[in-house]
Structures are given as C-alpha cells and as structure tokens.
Design a binder for this molecule. Structure first.
Ligand code: SAM
Ligand code: SF4
Length: 360
C-alpha cells in the first residue's frame, strides 16, 4: 500500500510511476480511484457535460486497420446525413439543453466537403440561436480547412493520436502516405495554433500495445497540453485486418479495467481538462460510462444520430444503443448519471478549464 501512497503524494508522475499505477489491483487500485474521484470533486465538481453526438457520415478515404468503416470494408452501407437531418438533431440538442454538439465522420478531404461543413456550421448556429458549442471530429485536414471551420463556428476539435508510439502507430495503419504519424502530430499542432480546444485520445488494449506505450500516451497528452481527451478500449471488428490478431488481445474486462485506470491517472495529472466516458466502455460493461464518471471522467456523448443510420456507423462490433432513438438515450443516461452520484450540467457549454488557463 505504501508505494501507491508515496506516488500519489508527488506533484508530477514519472513514466515508471504511471506504469506502476496502470498495473494496480485490489485495495491499491481502489486507492487510486478514490484519489481521482477526490481530485475531480475538488477541481471541477461532480458534474457531467453532455455533447450530442451526430455521426454525420461513414464515408472514409482511409484504411485504418482497426476501424469497421474503413474504405476497403465493402460490407458497409455508406451514408451521409442531409442538412435537414443534422439541423433537426442540432435543434433536439438545443431544446434539451445539451450545451454542445459533436459532429463526427469518416475522413474526406475535398473542396466540396470543406464547404459543406462550413455551411452546416453557420446554419446550425442560426437554427439554434448560437446556443451550442460545436466540436468537429472529421480527421486530418489542411491548416486552411481547420481555419475555415473555426471561423465558421467550430471551437473544439477531436483527433485521437491513437497511439503516441510511432512504431505502434505504424503497425495499426497501412504503410502509405495517407497514414503518417507525423501528419497527425502536424494536424494537432495546427489545430492548437488555430485556436481550437483540442482533444485527443488513444485506444486501449490494442495488439502489441504495452503498459510502457500507455504510460507514454498519458505523458504525451500532458506534454502536448491537451484540453480534452477521449480514450476507450479497442474492440475488434470482423471486417478489419486487425481482427486476424485477436488471439493477441487481452480479455475485454482487462481492457476495460486498464481504461478506468488510464482515466483515473490522467485526471490526477491534469485536473482541469475534459475527459469523456466513451461509448466503447459501455460495449464491455453496461455501467461502463458511469464507472468512468466515478473515477474522473466528466463528459458523456449521447448519440443523437437519426436511429436509421446508427447501425451503419459500426466502428466495432457490439456497439450499444444502435436501436434506440435520441430521447431513449437521454432518459437512460439521466438515471445512470444519478447512480454515479453526479449531476448533469444542463444548458452549459462546459468548456475545458485547461483551455481557458492556457489562453490567459
Ligand atoms: N475519422 C475520424 C478520425 O479517425 O479521427 C473520426 C471518426 S473515427 C471513427 C473516431 C475514433 O474511433 C478513432 O479515432 C478511433 O480511435 C476510434 N475507433 C475506430 N475503430 C475502433 C475500434 N475498433 N475500437 C475502438 N475504437 C475505434
Ligand atoms: Fe476512417 Fe477515422 Fe475509421 Fe480511420 S478511424 S478508417 S479515418 S473513420
């Protein structure tokens, strides 16, 4: 018990400290979780912000080896929501006082895509009276594109680094010019320069991934001064090349537990950032997101994509709630968050406190 107590007294964790914490079990793990919960309660309070998630399109030019909607998966029914569908989902979010939206899609780089997102951003703000903060998650783009989207009203951007170890990153992606680790880093820099609140994250429990890699990921987030984080367990999809390596995976419950420890350690390291309780956690454990809220997460992304397209945005198998509509999703979440002794911060943007401090 004494080693964890000693580590928790430090003002800065070393790589070795983090590896140690990711391996904790039993009482020592409980001790870590309790500290993370205290840090959250004292720093940002036991409040959860909603971001209504719109899975805008599953059309993607990329072939990430883990992802169910990769270009080469021919068994995907491709779709792109209409402007009307998106605006009505945005109105639902505003009427239900969600405070924020996340618009996520596969990666498309084209003039028409850039222009369409620009118009959408302006039209969403018009239709909802500027009540919503909008986060985009549309992959790697040129600096100019990020700038145009920012100027049209997107103020947050999510781009996961997936793994901060360039060698592991290379094993998870095709080895070609469209899947370069350095471009991803360049994009994160470009987003920060443009003025976005920048979010990143990793998948946990990937084949070949070690505890050293995961500790490196948390230090990367700290060093990069990231404002928001979404981390979740890697979940296999049988339509992807990485599925062939499923015999190398640790059991799902273990991926789940390590994800909770990653969230807890990161909350202690960065007490003012926004950390999402991701849907992938719920795919393993029905109460997964609530457990993440208890150990430091403070953001939940209820899915408000029109129900008829939920099944077409399958990044991994066993995605939860694909047969529910937006109102079902909301009711179920309210009860669950109350169970985690947290309250929903309705009608608030919930900007990252870290972002505000970094821009003073
Ligand atoms: N296309 C954009 C991008 O890649 O940044 C945004 C959408 S992408 C589907 C969002 C995230 O889904 C990725 O960053 C990745 O971490 C996650 N993801 C993809 N396949 C996954 C899988 N099999 N298990 C868990 N997460 C996965
Ligand atoms: Fe496309 Fe994103 Fe999936 Fe990669 S993770 S294949 S970029 S949707």
């Amino acid at each position: 018990m004494s080693e964890i107590n000693e580590i928790l007294q430090k003002s800065h964790f070393s790589h070795a400290d983090i590896v140690h914490m990711l391996g904790l079990q039993g009482k020592e793990k409980t001790c870590l979780f309790e500290r993370a919960a205290q840090v959250k309660a004292r720093g940002i309070g036991n409040r959860v912000y909603f971001r209504g998630l719109i899975e805008f399109s599953n059309i993607c030019r990329k072939n990430c080896l883990y992802c169910g909607i990769r270009l080469d998966n021919r068994n995907v029914r491709r779709y792109m929501l209409s402007d009307d569908e998106i605006i009505s989902a945005a109105r639902f979010a505003a009427e239900n006082r969600y405070g924020s939206l996340v618009i996520q899609s596969g990666e498309v780089e084209s003039k028409s895509f850039t222009g369409r997102i620009e118009n959408l951003l302006r039209n969403i703000h018009k239709a909802t009276g500027g009540e919503l903060r909008i986060t985009l998650s549309c992959g790697e783009q040129e600096h100019e594109t990020y700038k145009r989207w920012y100027e049209s009203g997107a103020h947050r951007y999510l781009l996961r680094i997936e793994s901060s170890n360039p060698e592991l990153y290379a094993r998870l992606h095709p080895r070609d010019n469209d899947h370069k680790f350095l471009r991803r880093i360049g994009c994160l820099n470009s987003l920060q320069e443009t003025g976005y609140q920048v979010g990143t994250g990793v998948m946990i429990g990937l084949p070949f991934q070690t505890m050293d890699d995961l500790a490196g990921d948390l230090l990367f987030m700290e060093q990069f001064n990231i404002d928001m984080v979404g981390m979740g367990p890697y979940l296999e999809h049988n339509g992807t090349p990485l599925y062939e390596l499923r015999h190398l995976l640790m059991p799902r419950e273990e991926r789940f537990q390590i994800t909770l420890k990653m969230i807890a350690v990161l909350r202690i390291m960065m007490n003012d950032i926004n950390i999402a309780a991701t849907t992938a956690l719920q795919a393993i454990d029905k109460m997964g997101r609530e457990k993440a809220i208890k150990v430091g997460a403070n953001v939940i992304m209820p899915n408000i994509t029109p129900g008829n397209h939920r099944d077409d945005y399958l990044l991994y198998q066993d995605k939860p709630c694909t047969d529910e509509n937006a109102s079902d999703c909301k009711t179920c979440l309210e009860a669950r968050i109350a169970l985690a002794d947290n309250e929903i911060a309705y009608g608030e943007w919930g900007d990252s406190g870290h972002f505000r401090k970094r821009n003073r």
